[in-house]
Design a protein around this ligand. Structure first.
Ligand SMILES: NC(=O)c1ccc[n+]([C@@H]2O[C@H](COP(=O)([O-])OP(=O)(O)OC[C@H]3O[C@@H](n4cnc5c(N)ncnc54)[C@H](O)[C@@H]3O)[C@@H](O)[C@H]2O)c1
Ligand SMILES: [Zn+2]
Length: 749
């Protein structure tokens, strides 16, 4: 038959693409397309080669196994080649396999197969001599693998010395190195925390972890091993695959718990269906079931092709990774307010289920993976976890993709969405108001260490919220005996008890109340620190981030630049600016004092005089906590929460419902007392810099700034043209400071 040109071209193009993906998969452990897509390419090439046998070349990917070993590893020549497995993608293909075999058997007795899961990891050959592990090698291209002896030694389940004594002097154990789903999730969480690129799936994680030049890295990875066969043996393997595996197990080599002898095609089908049912519940990825003729004499008789044995087949499960398109990205609000990007996908079958949504985790992940609307992506669904977008397929990006943007308002309640610096997760700040967070907010509010409302359990909260009787905590205090009587499983007595418990809960402490509000990352201890520092709900509600964390200095200016500038100013008290302060500062040529930073300084201080008065700590970027346990992230959560009018109103309704606590005097700042801590200032007259800037500085030192003068005022800071306040202060005997006097006070600090 003559071969059309385009068949030839198509085969060439398929080979080139397959070679590229082989390299990414086998050498780099970083595939760009899902296996299902790769298998389609392979199958298309196989079909072409079957139609036009003249197309087949010895170097065609259909004729070979695996990929080139990496040259960084020592090469190991396998004494017995490590070949691949034949595939059955459908029941029809399994039938075909079975019938082909059955024909070669003399009698009609059903063929005895050994069935086992097809673990998704990578194959290794472990060579034991005199019962001691002396070499471990990857499959490589089937003939030559990579020496990974040191790495394999770090894997707990690989015995370094075999048990018992009846093992053959030379024994090559073959099996799969894999990673459990739990281990994979843990490893990836750690990679993300360290800002590294996580692995796409457990197979790549296993391969990437084993094939490390530094075995110490492998040692820290959660790898496991499962044996399914053997290579060279210095003794007979006996009569059956099953029995030989049992012997290996007795020598301490792990084998699959799912191993089972099955009879005939029906036995294979039943095993395949049963394991398929349990696939999601297993703790490791399997991509199919392997059926092997159990009798070893039959295996020898059937032999192998260059690519796979003729006595075994891998019946594949539906792929766990597939390609599809991102049609939109929406944001979901979780019960704790986490705002999570979710990809809306063109529906696709993954692992036997239609998938139309997949999580993108958070914005860091969206940016890291560079997912845009319109992209073709790999989705993965494994086990019982939510499907996720693994990666974008870059070469399929259409020109009109759109970027994913984090909404600034909660899609459920409209409150601001915040994402504190350094946090991956964005959150809705409408904790007391957001319908998405309702149940969780009320559960927390009622919990024992918060308002301690006895009898208000999770089930009851579900009912109250679902009936829409309770939308926010204050609604609890409006429940009536009549309403409660209408609830299922609620006797008169328990209704009365609940109402009494609600009444009792009104008498609480400030700290418990703060804790009960359920502000992100405000635990009991932080709530206590806040209660000690603020004199009531009103002042806590007005607090801004700068009331929790004192951030001083100029962003970008480090301590060395600041010291150099400070020293220059002190050593040259006579120097004046000739015009623009920022330009003058830049002209000093101080390392690190860029024009941009110089203008920030000029903006902050206004004049050279004010800059001279500044302490070193006001120049370089530094922050101090004013409340124990409240760092920048907690401060952002607190300020974000109180910035929402809805939250403030919900709090006001709670207070109106009668919640109260004994007053206690607030304590000074935790950030080291300064001479200004707790002092009250009044500012008057024209000063060298904006009044707000001075006010902020004073507050930074723990002082309060008030608008009106009274006998409680500690200092009056008076600038030029101070009027009646100056007279009044003198009359009351209140100390009056000018800016220099203030600077002197600050220096004392
Ligand atoms: N996504 C990509 O770009 C890409 C590229 C190359 C290969 N691949 C994937 O790799 C696979 C093909 O590679 P392959 O030749 O290693 O074939 P295979 O993985 O389909 O089957 C052979 C392998 O199965 C493993 N195995 C697991 N359990 C076993 C058991 N009980 N008995 C025997 N072997 C068992 C062994 O490691 C063996 O080497 C396909 O799934 C293909 O999709 C993907
Ligand atoms: Zn919300």
């Amino acid at each position: 038959m003559s071969m059309p040109d385009d068949a030839h071209r198509r085969a060439e193009s398929l080979r080139a693409r397959i070679r590229y993906h082989n390299h990414r998969y086998y050498v780099l452990d970083d595939p760009e397309i899902p296996d299902a897509e790769y298998d389609r390419l392979i199958r298309e090439l196989q079909a072409l080669e079957a139609e036009y046998p003249a197309l087949v070349t010895p170097d065609s990917p259909t004729q070979r196994v695996g990929g080139q070993p990496r040259p960084e590893f020592l090469a190991v020549r396998h004494r017995i080649p490590m070949i691949s497995l034949d595939n059955a993608m459908s029941d029809a293909e399994l039938l075909e396999f079975h019938q082909r075999l059955a024909k070669s058997f003399q009698d009609d007795a059903p063929i005895l197969y050994l069935a086992e899961p097809k673990l998704d990891g990578l194959a290794v050959n472990l060579r034991y001599e005199q019962g001691i592990l002396i070499q471990a090698a990857t499959r490589g291209d089937g003939t030559t693998g990579e020496d990974v002896t040191q790495n394999a030694r770090t894997i707990q389940t690989i015995p370094l010395r075999l048990l018992g004594e009846d093992w053959p002097a030379i024994l090559e154990v073959r099996g799969e190195i894999y990673m459990t789903r739990a281990g994979f999730a843990r490893l990836n969480a750690e990679m993300r925390r360290k800002g590294r690129t996580p692995f796409a799936n457990p197979r790549n994680a296993a391969a990437g972890s084993l094939r490390q030049l530094d075995a110490r890295i492998t040692a820290g990875r959660p790898l496991a091993f499962c044996c399914y066969g053997w290579g060279e043996l210095s003794a007979s393997a006996g009569e059956s695959q099953f029995v030989m595996l049992q012997r290996l197990a007795a020598w301490g080599v792990p084998i699959s718990k799912e191993l089972q002898q099955v009879r005939g095609l029906d036995g294979c089908r039943a095993y395949f269906d049963a394991l398929g049912e349990r696939r999601d519940a297993l703790d490791y990825d399997i991509d199919g079931v392997v059926f092997k003729v159990d009798r070893l004499a039959d295996q020898v008789r059937l032999g192998a092709t260059a690519h796979h044995p003729r006595w075994a087949v891998a019946r594949k499960f539906p792929a766990q990774e597939e390609l599809t398109q991102v049609e939109a990205v929406e944001f979901q609000v979780g019960r704790t307010g986490a705002v999570t990007p979710v990809a809306r996908l063109r529906p696709v079958q993954v692992g036997g289920v239609t998938v139309a949504n997949a999580t993108l985790h958070n914005m860091d992940e969206v940016i890291r993976k560079d997912v845009r609307i319109g992209d073709t992506v790999i989705v993965r669904r494994a086990g019982e976890v939510i499907p996720e977008v693994v990666r974008v397929v870059p070469e399929r990006r259409p020109p009109d993709v759109r970027a994913v943007e984090l909404p600034s308002q909660c899609p459920v309640c409209g409150s601001d969405v915040i994402r504190p610096e350094g946090e991956a997760v964005a959150r809705c700040t409408g904790g007391l108001y957001c319908p998405a967070q309702r149940k969780e907010a009320i559960r927390h509010f009622a919990s024992r260490r918060a308002m301690d409302i006895e009898g208000l359990g999770e089930k009851l909260i579900e009912q109250l919220v679902d009936l829409d009787w309770v939308r926010e905590p204050a609604d609890l205090y409006r429940l009536t005996p009549e309403q409660l009587a209408r609830l299922e499983r609620m006797g008169e007595k328990s209704a009365a008890n609940l109402l009494a418990a609600l009444e009792r809960s009104k008498e609480t402490s400030f700290a418990r109340f703060i804790f009960a509000l359920g502000i992100r990352e405000v635990g009991e201890t932080t709530a206590q620190a806040l209660a000690a520092r603020f004199d009531g709900m009103a002042s806590l509600m007005q607090a801004r981030e700068s009331d929790f964390v004192r951030e001083r200095g100029i962003k970008g200016i480090g301590i060395e630049t600041a010291t150099a500038l400070h020293r220059f100013l002190v050593e040259h008290p006579e120097q004046e600016t000739d015009g623009n302060l920022a330009d003058w500062l830049t002209g000093l040529g101080i390392r690190g004092l860029t024009p941009a930073r110089a203008s920030l300084l000029a903006e902050r201080f206004g004049s050279l005089q004010a800059l001279r008065l500044a302490g070193l700590e006001d120049l370089y970027w530094n922050s101090a906590r004013l409340v124990e346990g409240v760092g920048p992230v907690v401060a952002a959560h607190l300020a974000g929460f109180f910035a929402q009018a809805h939250n403030r109103e919900a709090i006001a309704r709670l207070l109106a419902a009668g919640i109260r606590w004994p007053e206690t005097a607030p304590q000074p700042s935790a950030a080291g007392a300064s001479p200004l801590t707790g002092k009250t200032f009044v500012i008057t007259g024209t000063l060298s810099r904006p009044r707000d800037a001075i006010k902020e500085q004073l507050q930074g030192f723990g002082a309060r700034v008030s608008g009106s003068l009274s006998s409680k005022t500690d200092y009056l800071l008076a600038g030029e043209a101070a009027g009646s306040k100056l007279d009044k202060a003198r009359a009351l005997g209140i100390p009056v400071l000018d800016e220099a006097g203030l600077a002197a006070l600050l220096v004392q600090e």
